[in-house]
Design a protein around this ligand. Structure first.
Ligand code: AMP
Ligand code: ZN
Length: 113
């Protein structure tokens, strides 16, 4: 846990979320500023700042995070979806607690901006 981290505060229940799913290691909730008709985030409960901060012992957790993102997407009606991790400020990361974006519900374009 990191005291000043927005997503750690969500994990601790200090900031409300529109929760979709929770288990012992993951939390999923709707994005407050959706970029597609359906847009939610899946985060590890453990504070990891981003992909570069992952340890070998996190391999199982990151696998579960991606698998759960796709599974929840299908449950939400977006089995065709984009799974995105913004890694670093120049890549668009604004919250430095690892999170997987799951977006869908419209035709998504490529390349991203
Ligand atoms: P990123 O830019 O990849 O770091 O993504 C951070 C995401 O967190 C953005 O899509 C924000 O809209 C989202 N976000 C920020 N604050 C909240 C909040 N309180 N509840 C839900 N999503 C949030
Ligand atoms: Zn955190």
């Amino acid at each position: 846990m990191s005291d000043n981290c927005l997503f750690c505060k969500m994990v601790k229940g200090e900031i409300p979320t529109e929760k979709i799913y929770e288990d012992d290691q993951l939390l999923a909730f709707w994005d407050i500023s959706p970029q597609a008709p359906k847009h939610f985030l899946v985060i590890p409960k453990k504070h990891v700042s981003g992909p570069g901060d992952l340890a070998v012992e996190d391999d199982g957790m990151i696998g579960a995070l991606v698998r759960k993102g796709a599974e929840l997407g299908a449950e939400q009606g977006i089995s065709d979806c984009r799974l995105v991790i913004n890694n670093g400020a120049q890549a668009g990361q604004t919250v430095f607690h690892l999170h997987l974006h799951v977006l869908g519900g419209r035709q998504l374009t490529w390349p991203p901006g």
